[in-house]
Design a protein around this ligand. Structure first.
Ligand code: SF4
Length: 216
């Protein structure tokens, strides 16, 4: 096993709150550090805090969990040196790997057969849209998913344009309202009024645990 050292902000078991996997019990590994600074970021605590784990320690933790889904998240996990080797090692277990990435880093090295990619496409209101690596979209498969976080109608129109002209039914599409700012009912109306097959993605963990920020 090729060994690397990773900085990890938190490891916890919870209910997956987003995408079509929402509701399933999962083991979350939240890596430290992010190369972006989104306007609406809700995981700022993951920018720098964390403890160090070796590949072997992480694999042992994963093998010791009875959860089927392993959520690799951050921060931005793909900035971690050696992450592709860790994902390859997790792929040797009987777990299903879901990688949540902010979409700015190339995803080529992580597209193993058993890996599901949940990729953000950063909307204009995040102030990070210039970092979207749109080449990644062409590499997504039908079981991968993209997520747009929508703050306002301008974000919605911008995102629908990408769904229509670039994603073009390649993978599943989720639109999430920025928590406590855009009303879910309004986003639902915009989605219904559009012709696109967009899934309204509410953050289930924030509905269940309203006052908890970490470990969910
Ligand atoms: S990519 Fe995610 S963790 Fe990084 S700043 Fe944006 S919302 Fe926060």
């Amino acid at each position: 096993m090729l060994q690397h050292i990773f900085q990890i902000n938190e490891i916890f078991e919870s209910i997956e709150g987003e995408t079509t996997f929402s509701g399933f019990p999962s083991l979350f590994i939240r890596f430290t550090g992010c190369n972006l600074r989104c306007n609406y970021c809700d995981t700022k605590y993951a920018y720098s805090e964390g403890k160090f784990y070796s590949t072997e320690q992480i694999i042992e933790l994963i093998k010791g969990s009875n959860k089927k889904y392993i959520i690799i998240t951050g921060g931005e996990p793909l900035i971690q040196k050696g992450i592709e080797h860790l994902i390859m090692e997790i792929g040797k277990t009987d777990k299903i790997i879901i990688i949540e990435t902010n979409g700015s880093m190339p995803i080529d090295n992580i597209l193993g057969n058993s890996t599901i990619v949940m990729m953000d496409i950063k909307t204009p209101s995040s102030n990070m849209a210039k970092f979207n690596n749109l080449e990644n979209i062409r590499k997504l498969r039908s079981f991968d998913e993209v997520k747009f976080t929508i703050l306002n109608y301008d974000d919605f129109i911008w995102s629908v344009d990408i769904v229509r002209n670039i994603i073009d039914n390649r993978c599943k599409v989720n639109f999430s309202p920025v928590n406590n700012i855009l009303k879910p009912s309004l986003l639902a109306k915009w989605i219904l009024d559009s012709d696109e097959n967009i899934r309204l993605n509410l953050q289930l963990h924030k509905i269940i645990w309203k006052n908890k920020e970490r470990g969910i």
